[in-house]
Structures are given as C-alpha cells and as structure tokens.
Design a protein around this ligand. Structure first.
Ligand code: URP
Ligand code: ZN
Ligand code: ZN
Ligand code: ZN
Length: 484
C-alpha cells in the first residue's frame, strides 16, 4: 500500500521545493514529481514538513504528591493533533530507586502511545549503583540523555558534586546531560520567606523563582559541563539571564544547547496577577512566565541560533490538582500543557509575524532536536528512507484554541482564546494517517520506542578537543637534587 502526498511544497530545515512524497511500509519511499500510488492525500496549498518532535514532556509523571493528568494515550493524541509525531519523556527514579527499575515503569506507561517516543533518564540521586546502571541505560536501553534537576530541593534536586560526577560519567559514555537550571537552595529560602510574609498566592510562585536564580544555575551547569568535558542541554530556558549564559558559552566554543518553551515565548507574567486564583494557579510552572523583555530575548535566540529548539515541558494538571495549593503556593503542582498547541502557536507567533522563516520553524521544532538527540535522519527529515513522520501543514487553516475542543485530559488550556493560523491538514506517524482534516484516526499502541546511539558527532568532537587541550605534566630537566 503506497500513499502519495500530492501537490504540496516540501519544507525542511534547509530547503523549500515542490514535490510529491510516496510513503510505504512506514517510511518515505520516493520524493519527486507526479508520483502514483494506492491512496492520495491532497496537499495543495500546504507545506509538507517533518513532524514535530517534542523533546520535553512529562506524561503520567508522579510529581508533588500527584500524577500529571495526560498519559501516553491522551498526550500523544494531543501531540499528533497538533502535528507532533514524536515525544521524549523523562524516566524519573525516586530517590534510592535504580535507573533500570524506573525505566521499566516508564516502559509500561508508554505502551499506549499513538506516536513514537523516546526517553531521557533522570539522575535524581547519586551512588555506585547509579554510576553502574548509566552504562546499561546507554548501551542496552538506547537512552543517551540524562536529566539533572538543580531545583526541587528535597525531592528531585542534585548537588554540584553529584552533577559533576554524573556529567563525567556522561562524557565517558558518550551521553548528553540535561539540566533544569534554577538555584534550588535559594528558591527554597525565597519560598519560605514569602510564606512567612503571608504571600501564599500563585503570584508568589513567580516571586520565588526570579530570572537571577535561573541565570546563576545556567552559568553553573555550563561551567560544570565544561570541566567534565561534555556537551550540555539546558531545558526550559525562560529568561535573558539564562540565554545570555548560553549565548556567551557558545561564543566561546562550548557545546551548549538551549530549549525555550512555547509557553514562555507567548505567555507572560501578567497571568499571575489575574484576580481568579484558578487562572493564575493553572499557569504555575517552573521556571515561571516572564515579562516581554525576556520573551524578546528568547525569540531573538531562535532567530540567531543561540537557542536551538522549542519544546512544551507538557506536564498537565487539572484545576482540582492545582487546588492542592490553595493557601500555600509551594503545593501547587508545577506544570502546564502545550503538546497540541506548540506548532500552531509557534507558526502563528513566529512564522506569521516574520520572526522565523518556515525553514527555521522546521529546524527548531524537529530537525535540530533529532540531530541533538542523535536520531536524525530517521526522525526530523523528509528524505528517502526516513520514517514517514510527516505533517501536511495548511498555513491558511485557522482556529481559536479552547479546552472545549482539545485532546488533553485537563479542564482548561493556558492558550484559551488564542487565535492560531497554520494547522495540520494531515499528520502521519510512520506512514499511518493519524489526523485527517481535523479528524483523529490514530491507533493506541502504534507508537514505538526510538532507540538512540551514544557518541554523536558533537560528543566525539568535544572529546577530541578536550583530550588535545587536557592539562599535561611538564617533563623537566635539571631537577634539583632533593634536600638542596
Ligand atoms: O513546572 C514544570 N516545569 N513542571 C514539570 C517538571 C519540570 O521541572 O520540568
Ligand atoms: Zn524542569
Ligand atoms: Zn520538565
Ligand atoms: Zn496568541
């Protein structure tokens, strides 16, 4: 059975051209003019692009005394509906739990996925067992990225010595460390002070996590990665202070990638001043939304290349879950949704305004991610032999985002009321048409795990450079006799 995507314009990270695409057996079979097959998808007036890859989701995540409400079923249904064809979730060992044990739990959750997925492994505590199991995670399990939380003191947070040890291990294994960069000690102190002063509403969440704590932690993580001789990926970069640290590091030749979220690009901190407690609490996430100055910095980073990818950090909690924090903002589960809305919002506010080209859009939503995570060109490409994870994008199609019509399991949407122009006409996951003109036709369990290999090109290059420039003992002549 061959499916032909007909009369579209192919848009990749580096090319724009008119051609048909033939899909067979889950892969791209042929690209060219006037292709024939068994079934046709009309892409007239549309762009045919690599499906989005969301490198940062938390589906059914145990967190702050509850579980995030979207699981791999509703989460990947939302993803496909918005043109995203792969998600990368986080396996999170609880303190004392082995990495392989935790991974088994995430393997069980992901069996319901509608689209392909991969995992990052989190390092939430440190021991010889963790050190040893990191090798099995990389070599046997095909997971080559390790997440470190510099915040959430008393829960997921790791200290500098643990982070350095883990980064060194990543360097040895050809893996890449990720960081949630906020100074967890200072955040904990600010939280306590705010509560003592009677500041217990959701706005205090933002006061407790100012840009300075993110900037400091980003600088620290970059330094530790540099000392450990390993590339670094900084998740949810929300402010100029963190972006500045990444920009400066990149200018100095360090291998650092920054990941802003669609929420931080398009929503600002005025949301926390909303008189309705629920409205503000639904937008509590870490780092919090920032002001326009920070948003401009993030957009500039995407345009200039100092920031590399756009994610969602999709971690959706219902209003009832958010209300755990009435009277104490530190108990509001941190996280917001976005999987269905990332591509339409970025197209509307990025390509629609001229802040991004369509090719840059593909780069930051798919191709750059696939390259960094070392699954390109299986993913993130429109090339013969690549997986047929494709979105046929209609730049004229419009809608107003609303919880009433979303796929996510929660009862609100942080983008409620936003008008978007640019939506999928079709989304294909390994050749299967999962979204057909607004109708969801996915199949639970169709999604497969995407194994990734260690030692990508950047790891190899950085290791060579670090080896070449490593401190070396000076061999001396004329050593004075001892005791003289
Ligand atoms: O508030 C957030 N971001 N929740 C999800 C967990 C994390 O920090 O990424
Ligand atoms: Zn985080
Ligand atoms: Zn996250
Ligand atoms: Zn908008």
């Amino acid at each position: 059975m061959t499916t032909i995507i007909k009369n579209g314009t192919i848009v990749t990270a580096d090319l724009t051209y008119k051609a048909d695409v033939a899909v067979e057996g889950g892969r791209i079979l042929e690209i060219g003019p006037d292709l024939k097959g068994d079934e046709t998808l009309d892409a007239t007036g549309c762009y045919v692009m690599p499906g989005g890859i969301d490198p940062h989701t938390h589906l059914e995540m145990p967190f702050m005394g509850t579980y995030s409400a979207d699981d791999f079923e509703s989460g990947t249904r939302a993803a496909l509906s918005g043109g995203t064809t792969m998600v990368v979730d986080f396996a999170l060992p609880s303190p004392g739990q082995g990495l392989l044990d935790a991974l088994q739990m995430w393997d069980n959750k992901s069996t319901r996925a509608h689209c392909d997925y991969s995992f990052h492994m989190a390092v939430t505590w440190w021991s010889e067992q963790v050190f040893n199991e990191m090798e099995a995670v990389v070599r046997q399990k095909g997971i080559t990225t390790f997440k470190h939380f510099m915040a959430y003191k008393g829960a997921l947070m790791v200290n500098d010595d643990e982070m350095y040890a883990s980064f060194r291990r990543c360097a040895e294994l050809g893996a890449i460390p990720l960081v949630h960069a906020e100074n967890g000690d200072v955040v904990a102190e600010l939280q306590r002070r705010l509560l003592d002063e009677g500041n217990n509403g959701p706005e205090a969440h933002a006061y407790s996590r100012p840009p300075e704590v993110e900037g400091e932690a980003t600088n620290r993580a970059i330094m530790i990665a540099d000392m450990a001789g390993v590339p670094l990926y900084v998740v949810h970069v929300s402010c100029e202070e963190a972006h500045e640290a990444i920009r400066r590091a990149r200018m100095l030749g360090k291998r650092v990638w920054g990941e802003p979220l669609i929420q931080h690009l398009t929503l600002d901190d005025s949301e926390y001043a909303h008189p309705d407690w629920d409205h503000a609490a639904r937008r509590v996430m870490s780092p919090p939304f920032r002001n326009k100055r920070h948003q401009d910095s993030l957009w500039a980073g995407l345009a200039s290349g100092s920031l590399s990818v756009v994610a969602t950090d999709h971690c959706a909690f219902t209003t009832a879950q958010k209300r755990f924090g009435v009277g104490d903002f530190t108990r509001i589960p941190n996280g917001t949704g976005g999987l269905e809305d990332r591509l339409p919002m970025l197209w509307t506010h990025g390509v629609g305004t001229g802040r991004l080209t369509p090719n840059e859009f593909v780069a930051v939503t798919s191709t750059n991610i696939a390259k960094i995570l070392n699954c390109y060109p299986k993913k993130g490409a429109v090339l013969v032999g690549a997986d047929a994870d494709l979105v046929v994008w209609d730049p004229e199609k419009e809608k107003t985002i609303s919880a009433a019509t979303q796929q996510s399991a929660i009862d609100y949407n942080v983008f409620e009321g936003h008008k978007v122009k640019g939506l999928p006409r079709f989304t294909l996951t390994r050749g299967r048409v999962a979204v057909h003109d607004g109708e969801f036709r996915g199949e639970e369990g169709h999604g497969q795990f995407v194994r990734r290999e260690p030692n990508g090109a950047v790891n190899r290059a950085l290791s060579s450079w670090k080896e070449l420039t490593a401190p070396r003992r000076v061999e001396r002549t004329g050593i004075p006799a001892s005791g003289v």
